[in-house]
Design a protein around this ligand. Structure first.
Ligand SMILES: [Zn+2]
Ligand SMILES: [Zn+2]
Length: 212
């Protein structure tokens, strides 16, 4: 199950003009005039102006419904403002939508076509990441990150869900499930061998990505 939401309609605000910048008239007005920008998805953004006019901007096609663009074919202040808002990270870029992180609900921009769970940079884990298990302090190697919640995934050998498992009860039942192995190696007379290839399932916030 994926949750998405439009960016909350922002307040109309103006933006600071960078000091020392020599902006042409439209670029200056794109910053100085109070406007709000809302992502509608599919490359389209709505800009509401100080005078309550609403224009639709397609930032990929470089089109706006305002007279300045339609009749004069200018790269109008609305197009410029949307580009600034995307660059500054206040609205999602084309192909992305705003969604709450599945762990902390911080707003993240996720690709519309992706099935990956919505995770902010702090909680994001990917296959191949090395992470520390908060419960044991041990290091694990992430092999898969699922879109499914800890209370939806059953542990076959335990007859309970990942969320119900005794050492996972301190973590949110809504956490996406991460599969990982303990990459321990033992040396045998045949050379080094993995201790175990058993795959364990964790609520994502039980694991902390190792930065090294
Ligand atoms: Zn325009
Ligand atoms: Zn988060």
């Amino acid at each position: 199950m994926t949750h998405t939401r439009n960016t909350p309609a922002s307040q109309k605000t103006n933006l600071p003009v960078p000091s020392g910048a020599h902006l042409d008239e439209r670029s200056r007005r794109a910053r100085e005039e109070p406007m709000s920008v809302t992502a509608f998805g599919a490359d389209v953004y709505e800009v509401e102006t100080e005078a309550d006019h609403r224009y639709l901007v397609n930032v990929v096609a470089g089109r706006c419904t305002c007279p300045d663009h339609v009749f004069r074919d200018e790269r109008c202040k609305h197009l410029r403002r949307v580009a600034i808002e995307i660059t500054d990270g206040r609205v999602p870029p084309p192909g992305y939508v705003a969604a709450p992180c599945a762990v902390c609900e911080e707003t993240v921009f996720v690709q519309t076509a992706s099935d990956d769970p919505h995770l902010c940079p702090r909680h994001r884990l990917q296959r191949g990441d090395v992470a520390r298990d908060r419960e044991t302090g041990g290091m694990v190697l992430v092999v898969a990150v699922s879109n499914r919640r800890a209370d939806e995934v059953r542990i076959p050998s335990q007859d309970c869900t990942v969320a119900e498992y005794v050492t996972n009860r301190g973590y949110p039942a809504s956490d996406p499930v991460v599969s990982a192995v303990y990459p321990a190696i033992r040396v045998t007379r045949h050379g080094p061998e993995p201790e175990s290839l058993r795959v364990y399932s964790f609520p994502v916030s039980r694991l902390v990505r190792s930065e090294s």
